[in-house]
Design a protein around this ligand. Structure first.
Ligand code: GTP
Ligand code: MG
Length: 348
């Protein structure tokens, strides 16, 4: 599912400060004039449309930004080390492994131009001018430049689905995905069978789209309940949604409203994403017996509803054709605001 690369990045060292003194004719005791070192360059990762895969990172693994220049005489500041900018595709998640092996997400670059500093350059050291005091006017000391950060990063490119398949656990999302694509997600009669988003390519006549099952949406998902936020973030990237409800549930309409509330609580733009609303499991006699009642409920709520059976295939071609037809009319998601990730980092 993922394009993935592991790289090592190292920022530049800070330049050293200088111990220097003014030496000019007719100026005895010219005083200290050692300049400061320049700071080391940062390593920055930036998302851009021009890059489409992480392939280039398979060939080269080590990336280092330039060191800062040393301070010069005459209070000359050392040159700042140039930062190194690595371009990655939009949709790349940047993380690093902590010492205990956890994956710590640094940034989720889902917008072109979005960037994150992954290794901070060392600060330049002070030259001896900073150390002059009334009692020590010729200080013989200067600071060394600081060391710089080095990190092993994991870059993961998430494939972006056109359509997200959402709904309460156990409503038949995996069954539908398996019925319409070559994907083989696990299907079972208990909730949370699917633990990771599953993708499939759906072909409708000569065209196709990517459908992704988004698992784990329950009450409180926006607070991290169920399988947590992570999957809600996937929905942000989709263009539209197929919202599945279980016809055998006490109230499919209420289930749908609940899931929609979770979407809105997580990110109000999600609630505005176009949805095709679908009631599943109409092969079950008890569901078939109340189809009219269910339809009326949705109609009163102002929602057009599709009826399908992922088990028998009934209604599925019509649903997929409707999805394919609707897709061109919905814009690419404006993957919302730039999410800056601020994380205080201990200085080296
Ligand atoms: N009778 C009937 N059963 C269905 C239908 N679709 C799914 N099921 C059953 O419902 C149960 C849940 O199906 P899944 O496809 O795993 O549902 P899901 O929404 O992916 O569930 P999670 O991934 O666990 O959230 C399984 O026992 C399926 O066999 C259907 O159209 N008719
Ligand atoms: Mg599933």
């Amino acid at each position: 599912m993922f394009d993935r690369a592991e790289i090592v990045v190292k920022a530049g060292y800070g330049g050293d400060g200088l111990v220097g003194f003014r030496r000019e004719k007719f100026v005895p005791f010219g005083g200290p004039d050692g300049g400061d070192g320049g700071s080391g360059g940062d390593v920055i990762i930036m998302a851009g449309e021009a890059v489409t895969s992480l392939k280039m990172f398979a060939r080269k693994r080590y990336y280092k930004a330039a060191n800062g220049g040393n301070g010069g005489s005459n209070k000359k500041h050392g040159k700042k080390g140039q930062s190194l900018i690595l371009a990655v595709p939009v949709g790349t998640v940047v993380s690093y492994k902590t010492q205990i092996g956890d994956n710590n997400i640094l940034a989720d670059l889902d917008q072109s131009g979005q960037q994150v500093v992954v290794a901070k350059g060392g600060k330049g050291g002070w030259g001896n001018t900073h150390f002059a005091t009334p009692t020590n006017q010729a200080p013989q000391m200067a600071q060394k430049g600081e060391g710089s950060e080095e990190k092993t990063l994991i870059l993961e490119l998430k494939l972006i689905a056109d359509i997200g398949l959402i709904g309460y656990p156990n409503v038949g999302k995996s069954s539908l995905l398996a019925a319409v694509s070559a994907a083989k997600p696990k299907i079972a009669s208990y909730p949370f069978t699917t633990r990771e988003p599953a993708l499939g390519v759906v072909e409708v006549e000569q065209q196709s789209f990517i459908l992704a099952e988004i698992p784990g949406l329950i009450d409180g998902a926006h607070l991290g309940r169920g399988l947590g936020h992570d999957f809600l973030r996937h929905i942000v990237r989709t263009r539209m949604l197929i919202h599945l409800a279980d016809g055998s549930s006490a109230s499919p309409l209420e289930d749908m409203v609940r899931v929609n509330n979770e979407l809105a609580l997580f990110d109000s733009s999600l609630a505005q994403k176009p949805q095709l609303v679908v009631v599943n499991k109409i092969d079950l006699p008890e569901v078939r017996a109340r189809l009219a009642e269910i339809r009326e409920g949705f109609t009163l709520a102002g929602t057009r509803v599709f009826f399908i059976s992922a088990a028998t295939g009934e209604g599925i071609p019509e649903l997929m054709a409707a999805a394919m037809k609707m897709l061109p009319s919905v814009a690419q998601p404006e993957t919302t605001r730039i999410k800056k990730v601020f994380r205080p980092q201990p200085r080296l």
